[in-house]
Design a protein around this ligand. Structure first.
Ligand code: NAD
Length: 516
């Protein structure tokens, strides 16, 4: 059934590709809402005339919008970003004043708070942050997280600054967000993204609390915090774990097995991952733990490859101590960082940055499945090439939604001021021990201590977060699959259709004020 769908949709894709190629000639490159076409420095995956990241998200949106049953009025309202903040502020660094530029974009405030990460990278600009904010709107809808979409960033390479300087920049950016009401547990709740982590989130929270000393829920102004500062167990690994759950779900579908020839057993998968940061590392760890073979990892300096499988923690420790994979024993070093994407494997997981698969390398991709852990790794034209080659794409807005799902759990924990499981763990264990005793008496057999421990164990915070995330990913994958089959469309378009319809239900249900 799905195979037939692919053949049919390939014909549509061929048409779409031809039309897209025609539309995106170089002289059309400045069409995207006044932003110039964004080509990441040194990115050789994309042709110059390929659309910017923001334009790409809009193209994916438009393709799905036409298939959804949503009115044009609502669609145009949904597509346009609600508000944008651009700030510049001075920071004194080594006796010199540097002007730092930061952004925060609220793409859709149909639900509050809005949610989205904060990125520290030199490529951060208005169009990139807007594209990422739009993806957050649709991502939250797909996993039924009741938030609007946002994103922020500062255009710096944090590696060029000392820790103390990064702290000053982060705190100063937060002051700007506080002054302009672009942060708060009920309005806008940032999280980590590229170049930021728990440390930066702690600084953001601490700065916010200086401005709101009496706000009882102030700790919920940001997620991805360290555990002692109100973070939730499982947030660190959540995006990578969600990537694992999502790919596991798709390979379990019979139509996917038929199309790819894969068995559905994780142990049979050979996986390549591009990007060995927070998302890539954890995705690799969970696949390794479950028996898959990670045969390649790509980083910005080079890639490492071993067809017999790589040891993830050895790689991580090596790179952490030396700053690079170069010189790593028992692996092949792939010098061109983009080449790792072109090696043969079952599942290719881009987990670094946007626009890594473009027109220049799409036809060289040999994976059976591309699982998009990064945001926007595939350009729309490359997307069509991959589909025409019969490669299944599990799209970013679905596959990497584990991060925002667990951020939602952290926010709920912060509002309830209590660790998950605190009130129920012991009670559950007591109830279960009574059942075990009853069963033991009736069947006249005693369970071993290990068996008893397994049965009686009450859920702690990690158990609850993992199971909530797993359930969320299973539902979101199955909803996407259902739409793909019923409408005879690819998974990305299906995910967008579902998201658009869910966001539209909120817009239309609440009415539109001051439109006329
Ligand atoms: P990170 O900064 O922790 O890791 C990114 C890694 O990619 C770094 O190790 C970096 O060196 C590497 N990299 C950069 N350029 C590269 C290149 N050209 N080739 C190979 N590797 C390269 O960031 P992260 O949080 O892991 O985010 C990665 C992606 O996942 C981003 O697209 C981000 O938006 C997306 N994402 C992150 C989260 C999250 O919870 N952190 C959630 C959803 C989506």
């Amino acid at each position: 059934m799905l195979l037939r769908n692919f053949k049919k949709s390939n014909m549509i894709n061929a048409f779409y590709l031809a039309r897209a190629l025609k539309t995106f000639r170089p002289h059309h490159q400045f069409l995207c809402r006044g932003y110039s076409t964004h080509i990441a420095t040194g990115n050789t995956a994309c042709e110059d005339h390929e659309p910017s990241f923001l334009k790409s998200v809009e193209m994916y949106f438009d393709k799905a919008a036409g298939i959804s049953g949503v009115s044009q009025k609502t669609l145009s309202h949904m597509k346009a970003p609600d508000c944008m903040l651009k700030v510049t502020f001075p920071i004194e660094i080594k006796d010199k004043v540097e002007i730092i530029t930061g952004f925060r974009v609220h793409h859709s405030r149909h639900m509050l708070p809005v949610k989205g990460g904060i990125r520290f990278a030199t490529d951060v600009d208005e169009q990139e942050v807007t594209a990422l904010a739009a993806l957050m709107t649709y991502k939250c809808a797909i996993v039924d997280v009741p938030f609007g979409g946002a994103k922020g960033g500062i255009s710096i390479d944090p590696k060029n600054y000392t820790d103390a300087e990064v702290e000053r920049i982060t705190r100063r950016y937060t002051v700007e967000l506080c002054q302009k009401s672009f942060i708060g547990p009920g309005t806008d709740v940032p999280a980590p993204d590229v170049g930021t982590g728990a440390r930066e989130m702690a600084w953001i929270m601490d700065t916010y609390r200086q401005f709101h000393p009496n706000e009882v829920d102030s700790i919920g102004c940001v997620t991805g915090k360290p555990i002692p500062l109100g973070g939730v167990r499982g947030r660190n690994e959540s995006t990578g774990l969600g990537v694992y759950y999502g790919i596991r779900e798709f390979v379990s579908y019979p139509e996917v097995q038929k199309h790819t020839g894969l068995s559905g057993d994780i142990k049979d998968l050979r996986i390549i991952i591009q990007g060995f940061g927070k998302v890539g590392y954890w995705a690799a760890k969970f696949f390794e733990q479950n028996g898959a073979k990670i045969i390649g990892i790509g980083e910005k300096e080079c890639g490492v490859y071993n067809p017999n499988g790589l040891n993830i923690d050895k790689l991580f420790n090596y790179r952490r101590s030396r700053g690079s994979f170069l010189g790593m024993p028992n692996v092949d070093i792939i010098e061109d960082p983009l080449e790792i994407l072109e090696l043969e494997c079952d599942v290719l997981i881009p987990a670094a940055l946007e626009r890594q698969i473009g027109l220049r390398n799409a036809d060289k991709i040999k994976a059976k499945i591309v699982g998009e852990a990064a945001n926007g790794p595939t350009t729309p034209l490359a997307n069509e090439v991959l589909l025409m080659k019969g490669i299944l794409i599990i799209p970013d807005l679905l596959l990497n939604a584990g991060g925002v799902t667990v951020s939602y759990f952290e926010w709920l924990k912060n509002l309830s001021h209590m660790r998950f499981g605190r009130m129920t763990k012991k009670w559950d264990e007591l109830g279960k021990s009574q059942i075990v005793e009853l069963v033991e008496r009736n069947v006249a057999r005693k369970l071993s201590e290990t068996e008893k421990k397994q049965v009686v164990h009450g859920a702690n915070e990690t158990d609850l977060v993992y199971s909530g995330l797993e359930d969320t990913m299973i539902s979101a994958c199955s909803e996407t699959r259902r739409t793909a089959i019923s409408k005879d469309i690819d998974y990305r378009t299906a995910a967008f259709v579902n998201a658009i319809e869910k966001v539209a239900a909120v817009y239309e249900g609440s009415g539109i004020m001051f439109m006329n």
